[in-house]
Design a protein around this ligand. Sequence first.
Ligand code: XMP
Ligand code: MG
Length: 179
Amino acid sequence: MNDFTKIIVSENDIGRKLDEIAVRIREDYEGKDLLLIGVLKGAVMVMADLARRMPPTVQMDWMAISSYGSGTKSSGVVRILKDLDADLTGKHVLIVEDIIDSGLTLSWLLGNLRSRGAESVEIAALLRKPDAVQVEVPVKYIGFDIPNEFVVGYGLDYAEKYRTLPFVAILDPKVYAGE
Ligand code: XMP
Ligand code: MG
């Protein structure tokens, strides 16, 4: 498949990193009720793989949000498409995200969830692009820092494609040329 210029995080890399992160989360939240919140659709794969490394009492909930912008850039103007089912009052919340790019989306989400009375709200993200950051967000658990290039796979899409790849790859710019 030559739509990618490079695989930057392999399936094995992801599995090993999630093993490490899961150990830390289990220790940090021992004896506490933990609610994992995933942002649809990008976080589906990382949520599924992380949640299966958690104790069976862990809960999952989902939000769908859209940040207005073009296919490869986010704008920070966020709209809720599907809200949580859970009431966050008194809960320990861990946001599970696929990627932090500018940080605008997560910064908004953090503020939104913190205003709902949770006991704690933290962030776990598989990927981060340090060179793209516009707002610093406090991330407690991070998988990999990656170059400032558009990536797909493992939940991440371009025009809804490539989400199902088991690895993360740099999308060849020719695929979105002329966007
Ligand atoms: P911000 O810039 O708000 O962006 O941190 C976060 C959201 O933008 C999407 N995003 C990407 N999606 N490949 C993708 O498929 C990328 O390289 C990429 N960078 C950002 C993603 O939805 C993320 O939650
Ligand atoms: Mg996302």
